[in-house]
Design a protein around this ligand. Structure first.
Ligand SMILES: [Zn+2]
Length: 287
């Protein structure tokens, strides 16, 4: 069933686990993530960036596809459909398209403008029964001139945005989107603890969750992270399985070129990765 992410993330925060938020890229991704969530009996967030939404022919296509797959595949675990890193306009488009959750990313805006727009969108989202995530701008992206440090949010700014009534909050704690560089020093648990002190029980969101060692993610969950975004790791798993299929020459055997056969190993690799992540995040059997 398609629901707001509010209850599942709040329950995760209260009970010390995190909900996996998996980015979608196409039909195979959507089927695979929902299949894994059902297998693991876990509440799940499926999300799209604005770019992925455009790639999939618009937010309406995404919303219809997710709803239809939930129905046709008898997906009974709670599923939230979320916009990842939404612009102001993108948030309104997803409200109209039937999403159940949005993220407004005003982190690049001056804090006052981020506050004003977040406040407006909190009211709109809640009016529709949707959950909303906001993001606080980063400081010290190139701390000490070291590349690959990841960015850290200011706890005071986190408190200002948290107080606007958002349902969960993304704040940089040295995390990075994409593949982590070899010299990455790890998550900044000191920053996370200060943010936690500043925002109280507000569930926090860990972006760039792909490639952070499991123990670090679990420690962050213990410190208030209740939603972990995963995108790159599923993409790498899909690409690896697809490459192995082709390199083994299987597309040249019989009807191995049929996309239903060609994409099957990659789709299964996503199912396996999502099940694995759900275990790490502790949300298995929490549906
Ligand atoms: Zn992100």
């Amino acid at each position: 069933m398609l629901v707001s992410a509010k209850d599942m993330v709040t329950a995760a925060r209260a009970n010390g686990y995190a909900i996996g938020a998996f980015n979608l890229n196409n039909l195979e991704w959507t089927k695979s993530v929902l299949k894994a969530a059902q297998e693991s009996n876990a509440p799940v967030i499926v999300q799209v960036s604005e770019g992925a939404g455009k790639y999939m022919c618009g937010f309406k296509t995404v919303a219809d596809m997710v709803r239809d797959i939930i129905e046709s595949q008898n997906i009974t675990v709670p599923v939230a459909l979320h916009l990842d890193h939404g612009t102001y306009d993108g948030c309104y488009k997803c409200i109209d398209a039937g999403f159940t959750s949005i993220m407004f990313d005003g982190s690049a805006l001056p804090i006052e403008e981020n506050i004003a727009k977040t406040k407006e969108l909190v009211a709109k989202a809640h009016e529709k029964g949707m959950s909303i995530e906001a993001e606080v701008g980063a400081i010290g992206g190139e701390e000490d001139g070291v590349v690959g440090m990841g960015e850290c949010a200011d706890p005071e700014e986190c408190a200002k945005i948290a107080d606007l009534g958002v349902d969960f909050l993304a704040a940089g704690i040295g995390n990075i989107h994409g593949v982590y560089p070899a010299n990455w020093p790890g998550l900044r648990f000191d920053v996370l603890e200060n943010i936690k002190k500043a925002v109280g029980n507000m569930p926090l969101v860990l972006h760039g969750g792909s490639g952070i060692p499991d123990e670090m993610v679990q420690k962050a969950i213990g410190l208030g992270v209740s939603k972990v975004n995963v995108n790159t790791e599923c993409q790498i798993a899909f690409a690896k399985a697809t490459r192995e299929y082709i390199e083994a020459g299987k597309d040249k055997q019989g009807k191995g070129f049929d996309p239903r056969k060609l994409l099957a190993p990659g789709a299964q690799a996503i199912v396996d990765m999502v099940n694995y992540k759900i275990n790490v995040f502790g949300s298995k059997d929490k549906a």
